[in-house]
Design a protein around this ligand. Sequence first.
Ligand code: CA2
Length: 144
Amino acid sequence: MKTVYVLNGPNLNVLGKREPAIYGATTLASIEADCRKTAKALGLAAECRQSNHEGDLVTWIQEAGDKAVGIVINAGAYTHTSIALHDAIRAVAPLPVVEVHISNIHAREPFRHISMIAPATVGMICGFGSLGYTLALQALAARL
Ligand code: CA2
């Protein structure tokens, strides 16, 4: 079975427990279960991981370069700051990477309008809540 890595960054482990007005009431565990189900329906296996540490995400992107056919990533706030994640994604090219955000980052504070990783990805899905992960997996599967 071909594997897709679904990576989530800092604070996404508290989804569904804080700020439901912005991020919804769905927990990360529920999103990950949905990802596994969606991936299976697409003939893929989802390997889901979350970390609050930038280096873990870099390591997992590198690992996906060897073990996966693509990556779905919500890098959380590192989206807006991390050249290390940008470089890691570039380093696994041509592995396709789809960026996801639960909220519409372009409709929020100016500091969220810039994604450091966007130029290294296939594309971004944002503003559709937890559905974004399903859409990202579908986009990745279509690309493969
Ligand atoms: O909209 C998204 O998915 C974000 O990647 C979520 C990040 C934020 O920094 C990005 O700008 C957009 C935040 C992760 C979740 O943080 C929470 C904070 C409080 C309660 C629940 C989640």
